[in-house]
Design a protein around this ligand. Sequence first.
Ligand code: ATP
Length: 359
Amino acid sequence: MAGLTINNVTKKFQAFEALKDVSIDVREGEFLAVLGPSGCGKTTLLRIIAGFEQVSQGEIRIGGKVVSSAKLNVAPENRRIGIVFQNYALWPHMTVAENIGYSLKIAKTPTAEREQRVSEALKLVDMQGYGDRAPANLSGGQRQRVALARCLVATPELVLFDEPLANLDVHLRASMEDEFADFHKRTGTTIVYITHDQSEAMALADRIAVMDQGRLVQLDTPHKLYHEPATPMVASFISQGMVLPVEVTSSGVDGTCAASLFGQPITLRCRPSGDPRGTALACCRSEMVRIVGQGEAGFEGKIMRVVYQGGLARIEFAPDAAPDVTVHFVQADPITLEPGQTAKLAFAGGWRIPSEGAI
Ligand code: ATP
């Protein structure tokens, strides 16, 4: 097992910068998810860590040893990295045990040791007794576990997952998420897990690196990303946070600041560093929205859409003070709200997104 250091890495494809000065320190035994929208540079980062691409600037270190820089590129097979791809890539003509033991066979590992290591790897992914099966006779989740066992048999220092659940149905995804989490707990392997699915990243990772347009925009725990997004992009990408315009009226040295949202006073959490007063953006979450009575403080507006989701509905609301802005919240069954109705809402709080450059 080893830690991974990505140090000021830039990757250029001709004039285009796919990665821009990315730095991430992955601790030994940590589960790090790299999350971001399509085209943000996730796969490029994975390919650089694995050794399929060379950095243009900066360096990659595994367990303290430099494996990639502008001058040096250690070959993938010499990096002791395991990779689990989304398409499993199992050999159809080999049994499960043969698939898992293939790299050991190529390395001329003696048969007894090979069988022992294959059986240990099968045990690690909870697939004892499946060694003689053909991959065709396994479910998608079982194939993904065989792919994981095949990468573990080579005792990698670091395991990279490239969107491993992308081809699985919703139910199987949830159970594989549990299995990956269990596997990480049992083995303590350092994992870098690439995904564009934020709920998967939140469920699995110790920390999440959010990327956008080749840059690292925030590296934090799932809880911190949710409650204290560093940019409007992170706020809206993580659990569809609402990014709303506010007028901040106090400088917030104690970690909260006074502001006005749709003409109503609101107390926001904020960095204690004292971002300037004035126009700013706040991240508000739907669970902080409350429908209030006519005599109470709140902002008026109109229900625009009601989308039933089973047990609850997502309600979209346009405030009279800013009809172009959408406020969304949920109502549990029985659903009483309808499009066209007027209502009055209040926010119990929110997070002031730091001014640009304040992090
Ligand atoms: P997705 O989730 O869609 O797979 P991604 O976040 O993995 O996206 P990358 O595949 O890393 O994104 O691509 C990042 C950017 O770099 C994209 O704009 C892509 O077109 C560009 N890019 C990637 N590989 C090359 C290449 N070999 N030559 C030129 N541009 C490339």
